[in-house]
Design a protein around this ligand. Structure first.
Ligand code: NIG
Ligand code: FE
Length: 405
């Protein structure tokens, strides 16, 4: 559309968190079409700069649209029974080894068709959107057959067509060993590498691959085979690593140029160094930390010292983080993991976008996509400080106001 026909919208007197920091004074923000076209301190603002623009809002805090860079949003069933078991002292690993956990969600997800999965997942997506998310990554990993993994990825893509949100998809075929492959893990990894990855790429259904590198998941050698196949097929790489033990999964992922290593409670200094050298983002998942009542905090100080960017995500899933409220994650990242509010917000915007290989997102800057949130709060830190739904005044997606009250 020619620039003159683009809608021009202007926000005045907003406190801006630009994805990395709070700007020092109130700002005027101009959006033209799908992009941020102007960003001026109020005291320098000349209305002639935004001639013809409609005033869309005044006051409040503007942040980039939130980027939830790690979710398992598509699944059927629930695991409330396991929650009770865990409260009685049974561990996540014990439940998994007894055939529950991820495999219980696999049974329910295999039994659901695409329409059912869309219907059961949409309310969760809507909850994320109502809390300011404009980009969400969705993993497969509860199908564990070629057909069921592709089904999950198609559902994820459909969710992105049904709602105004960017969806990126990640093939997590190596999430758990399905029962029909018991004792034949290497054969299952061959299925992931030789069938799932090529088919997902061929159908344009995956942006990245992920693995669960863990005693109850897959060994580093098996994960490496998945990474080799992903690299051959041009997929980005991510990892669930160092969540329950230290297998060196983060360093392995970094060796393959991974976008991110996620969880990382058990990450050691060698792993941090490898991530720093590769530019791999550490994705912190305080919801899973909280729900599993973990006590070992990721090595935040080391990540700071080595300059590894830290993202924060919901990990929304039926087992370890049945929570679809990103702003609560900001709070938990501060209270449980000791991030500063500024780090937590950068973790849900600029650094989360980097963890998806989309560094143009998660920022408020001239030329950046106009995915924005306007919050009814006085300062950005309040998003992490208070846990309260309903503070989002406007959610702006590709320049259009999609949520306003
Ligand atoms: O990120 N750790 C592995 N995967 C998920 C949990 C999946 C599940 O329990 O259903 C996680 O914590
Ligand atoms: Fe996860």
């Amino acid at each position: 559309m020619p620039l003159s026909d683009c809608p021009r919208r202007l926000w005045r007197e907003v406190t801006v968190f630009d994805g990395l920091q709070q700007l020092p004074e109130p700002m005027a923000v101009l959006v033209e079409g799908e992009q941020v076209a102007g960003l001026w301190p109020e005291r320098d603002f000349d209305p002639a700069l935004a001639a013809g623009a409609e005033e869309a809002g005044r006051g409040g805090v503007m942040t980039p649209g939130l980027v939830d860079c790690h979710t398992h949003l598509v699944y059927a069933g629930d695991r409330a029974g396991e929650f009770e078991q865990r409260l009685e002292g049974v561990s996540y690993e014990e439940i998994a080894r007894a055939g529950g956990g991820i495999l219980s969600t696999v049974r329910a997800t295999r039994a659901a068709d695409e329409d059912e999965l869309v219907a059961t997942s949409l309310p969760r997506l809507d909850a994320l959107l109502a809390d300011g998310v404009t980009t969400v990554e969705i993993k497969s990993g509860y199908g564990l057959t070629l057909a069921d993994e592709l089904k999950m990825l198609r559902v994820a893509r459909r969710l992105g067509e049904l709602r105004p949100v960017r969806v990126t998809t990640t093939l997590l075929g190596a999430h758990a060993l399905p029962p029909e492959y018991a004792g034949r893990a290497d054969d299952y990894v061959a299925l992931v590498c030789e069938q799932m990855i090529p088919a997902a790429v061929e159908a344009g259904l995956a942006d990245a691959v992920d693995v669960f590198c863990e005693g109850i998941g897959f060994s580093p050698a098996q994960c490496e085979r998945v990474y080799q196949a992903a690299s051959t097929h041009g997929l980005a790489i991510k990892a669930h690593a160092e969540q329950l033990s230290n297998l060196g999964g983060s360093a392995l992922a970094a060796k393959y140029g991974a976008l991110s290593a996620d969880h990382v409670e058990y990450l050691d200094e060698a792993g941090v160094q490898a991530m720093a050298e590769a530019g791999t983002v550490a994705v912190l998942l305080p919801g899973a930390f909280h729900v599993l009542r973990e006590t070992l905090v990721p090595p935040i100080e080391l990540l700071r010292r080595y300059g590894v960017p830290m993202a924060v995500a919901s990990d929304a899933n039926p087992g370890t983080s049945p929570i679809c409220m990103p702003s609560l994650m900001a709070n938990l990242a501060c209270t449980l993991l000791r991030l500063t509010p500024r780090e937590a917000l950068a973790g849900m915007t600029a650094h989360a976008a980097r963890a998806l290989g989309l560094p143009e997102l998660g920022r408020i800057a001239v030329g950046a996509p106009a995915d924005l949130c306007l919050w009814d709060i006085r300062q950005p830190a309040e998003l992490a400080y208070a846990v309260q739904a309903g503070r989002l005044r406007q959610r702006i997606f590709k320049g259009a106001i999609t949520h306003a009250r």
